[in-house]
Design a binder for this molecule. Structure first.
Ligand SMILES: [Zn+2]
Length: 384
């Protein structure tokens, strides 16, 4: 059931995924990390994400080099029969760590139909948590002058670069990048929204859940072994929508004027989308901690301690929440601590609130405000 609006993707029935570089060519390296190995990991995960949603996927044999890969594709597929994607990781020095971790890009062919796909995929990358500097570019603008993968393959071909080797390389982050790529390829290829599409295994679970009308968050916790991030995020948004913020503020003893609640849910849900990578992070999946909240004594009524190693290799205690409601209240208890004193005077708009948290040292990322603000409309839609 394909409804892609992208002309070049209307007839292909299969996505062919290839991992960049190969046996002898490790691509870019960073410490012990090799681009070629990470590309294989990501390709396998993207394939799983797409297959779970009934997309026809073929993985090109990982042992082939570029020339043999192109020959392999051209022997099997004519133009219009497949969409072929080669997956790479980027490499550059002196980038901001967050940018290096999450900036993604897509190289296109030079036809307007190929460029149209690139524009779409970049937007989808951004919607699914990629950095705002993510790009789409003609393959003729690549540092190599042009890309054989795009120039010589007969079917429609693109090449994607997922984050930089100089950014995060941990397994959780590779899962995040696979999800960003999987979501973008899915949306471009099928014309359906990734968030609206429940994987088959989860669909069965959701139907059975609907027959029981209460205790949603508890069941989400129980199902945490294999949560779909899209479902988890939807559950969080629903729980948040149904919560009375006035009651939460009363509980954490925050004095906020009722007329100032208007954008607070949108602003904070946007933060949680950003910080949890659309609910795909390990902290979100295993601890219902969508805000990356470290454990503090003020959080004791709501959370237990959870040991977690962040992407910089620092191991410390984070909060683990048993229910979505506990996370939501816990988040506001976290904000109500002394370090953010005065936040109650900055609740008139999403930007004012986030800006105030940044003034108090919430994060050192200089793109945080823009990134959260770009997610506020999406958060509003999720909140219904
Ligand atoms: Zn590469």
């Amino acid at each position: 059931m394909k409804t892609s609006s992208l002309e070049i993707l209307q007839s292909p029935e299969v996505i062919v995924l290839a991992a960049g570089h190969g046996d002898k060519d490790s691509g870019a390296t960073f410490g012990q990390f090799k681009e070629s190995e990470e590309a294989i990991t990501i390709v396998d995960r993207v394939a799983a994400i797409l297959k779970e949603r009934d997309v026809n996927v073929t993985i090109l044999p990982h042992e082939l080099d570029l020339e043999d890969s192109i020959a392999w594709v051209n022997k099997r597929f004519k133009f219009g029969e497949a969409w072929v994607i080669e997956v790479h990781r980027d490499s550059a020095d002196n980038l901001d760590p967050d940018d290096a971790s999450r900036r993604c890009g897509i190289y296109t062919g030079t036809s307007s139909r190929s460029i149209e796909v690139g524009t779409f995929v970049r937007q989808s990358f951004l919607r699914h948590g990629a950095h705002s500097k993510s790009w789409n570019r003609l393959h003729t603008e690549s540092p190599r002058g042009s890309l054989g993968w795009i120039r010589q393959t007969i079917p429609a071909a693109h090449l994607i670069e997922l984050g930089f080797m100089e950014g995060r390389n941990d397994d959780e982050h590779l899962t995040f990048l696979a999800r960003v790529a999987g979501a973008a390829l899915y949306e471009a290829f099928t014309g359906h929204s990734f968030e609206d599409t429940v994987s088959r295994s989860r669909a069965v679970e959701l139907v059975s859940r609907k027959t029981r009308s209460h205790g949603l968050s508890r069941e989400v916790t129980a199902a945490a072994a294999t949560p779909s991030s899209a479902d988890l995020l939807k559950s969080l948004a629903t729980a948040y929508r149904d919560i009375d913020l006035a009651a939460v503020f009363k509980k954490v003893k925050a004095d906020v004027r009722p007329e100032d609640y208007s954008e607070l849910k949108e602003a904070t849900l946007a933060q949680w989308i950003l910080e949890s990578g659309w609910a795909s992070s390990k902290l979100a999946r295993e601890a219902l901690n969508f805000g990356g909240l470290k454990f503090r004594k003020e959080l004791k009524p709501y959370a237990t301690e959870y040991q977690y190693t962040d992407w910089q290799g620092e191991t410390t205690m984070y909060c683990k929440f048993e229910t979505l409601e506990a996370f939501i209240t816990g988040y506001w208890a976290f904000i109500q601590r002394d370090v953010y004193r005065g936040w109650t005077e900055h609740t008139g708009s999403a930007a004012d609130f986030i800006d105030y948290l940044l003034d108090c040292g919430y994060t050192t990322s200089d793109t945080y405000l823009n990134e959260v603000m770009s997610l506020v409309p999406k958060a509003a839609v999720l909140l219904g």
